[in-house]
Write a protein that binds this ligand. Structure first.
Ligand SMILES: *Cc1c(COP(=O)(O)O)cnc(C)c1O
Length: 376
């Protein structure tokens, strides 16, 4: 109750809430779905849910949502074609944690492995490689943000004495480019690399790319060994979350049984959010597979509309195939600030996540038009 606060503190909180609500209306540049309504779950906010430890092994801590977590993981395992009796996973605090877990498993398999990732890779990967004490090489990218496979081949050849660990992007942060697992596998085959591991950073576009069966495929049937997604992006959640799925026989090298919690310590953090699996479950159930596909198609259509309109305004805007990210020449700072558009070098992007409306895009386009006219 706000009555518990001093008038000043209550006022500050109210002002903050109003400010956040106003900002949310103009957020078209960061990849979070906003079309959710979790009010049916609000009673759970009075309970200290905690999915501590391994989601697949029962714990002695009763206030948990492990059954929901398992259903969420089963949904992801299925859309990513994980090997039926040989997958394991957990709901993480986000895509970065899932990527770290994939690298952790890879390192347990290949302590001497060399990690290869493109220079369009999410900034968190470099840090995680460092934490894990792995060696790594950054690979050049093509203009669309996709890995340069010739450079990958050259670099692997130069380090033939190391097992190969590849961090493939399924939707890069800036241009939503997808690295092609077929091409990566061709390189590995051509160079006769026997020891290799591919982790897919599918944080941004993994869920809808899998649902839409976009080519090139990137799932477990195409050589992926582990995969991470963010839950607060396409699915949508007020709390950052994600999921990681790995091949079970690899993961079995990790974690010991801890009597205190009655389960195994196989996850990166100990206590784990018990609410986010229920949020994810709720949206997955509410839309169902078909509803989620429709939702993704709407996002892609809106992205294509945005590209078309920006092009008509004379801007060199574009999107990768099947992407919901629109890349635009960098816009002035006041517009990027107002519309929350992240910029890098000479480009910035608009991301047509679920919840972004045509009306918001049109309002944004009016601002762009005004800006172009004022410059003459
Ligand atoms: C968002 C994102 C991440 C990080 O995920 P978090 O959920 O923010 O931890 C990693 N890689 C890519 C490509 C992303 O878009």
């Amino acid at each position: 109750m706000k009555d518990d606060l001093t008038p000043q503190d209550a006022e500050r909180l109210t002002a903050y809430m109003q400010h956040m609500q106003a900002c949310a209306v103009r957020s078209i540049g960061y990849p979070t779905a906003t079309d959710y309504d979790y009010s049916a779950l609000f009673p759970l906010l009075d309970i200290s849910l905690n999915n501590i430890g391994d989601p697949l092994i029962k714990s002695t801590y009763e206030l948990n949502s492990r059954d929901f977590e398992l259903e969420v993981l089963e949904f992801f395992a299925e859309i990513f074609n994980a090997p039926v009796n040989n997958w394991w996973g957990y709901v993480t605090n986000g895509g970065s944690e899932g990527n770290m877990y994939g690298l952790y498993v890879a390192r347990e398999l290949f302590p001497n492995g060399m990690v290869y990732y493109s220079d369009a890779t999410h900034y968190s990967v470099q840090k995680n490689v460092h934490i894990l004490g792995l060696n790594s090489i950054v690979i050049r990218t093509q203009d669309n943000g996709e890995m340069d496979y010739d450079d990958l081949s050259d670099m692997i050849q130069l380090h033939r004495d190391h097992p190969v660990i590849i961090m493939a992007n399924i939707g890069t942060t800036m241009t939503e480019a997808r690295d092609d697992l077929n091409k990566i596998n061709t390189v590995l085959k051509h160079l006769a690399v026997k020891q290799h591991y591919i982790h897919c950073d599918a944080a941004l576009s993994g869920v809808y790319s899998a649902l839409l069966q976009n080519e090139p495929r990137f799932d477990f049937s195409c050589g992926c060994d582990s995969l991470a997604i963010s839950g607060h992006k396409f699915i949508g959640s007020p709390i950052p979350c994600g999921a990681v799925i790995v091949k079970k026989n690899y993961k079995d090298r990790i974690g010991q049984v801890i009597p205190y919690i009655g389960t195994a310590d196989t996850t990166i953090s100990g206590s784990r959010n018990g609410h986010s699996p229920v949020f994810l479950w709720y949206t997955i159930k509410k839309f169902g597979r078909e509803g989620l596909i429709k939702r993704a198609q709407d996002c892609i259509a809106l992205a294509q509309y945005t590209v078309k309109r920006l092009t008509e305004l004379g801007l060199n805007a574009w999107a990768n195939p099947g992407a919901i990210t629109v890349v635009s020449p960098i816009l002035p700072e006041h517009l990027r600030k107002k519309w929350q558009l992240a910029g890098e070098g000479d480009v910035c992007h608009i991301i047509c996540m679920p919840g972004v409306t045509k009306r918001q895009i049109n309002d944004f386009l009016l601002d762009v038009q005004d800006e172009l006219q004022s410059k003459g």
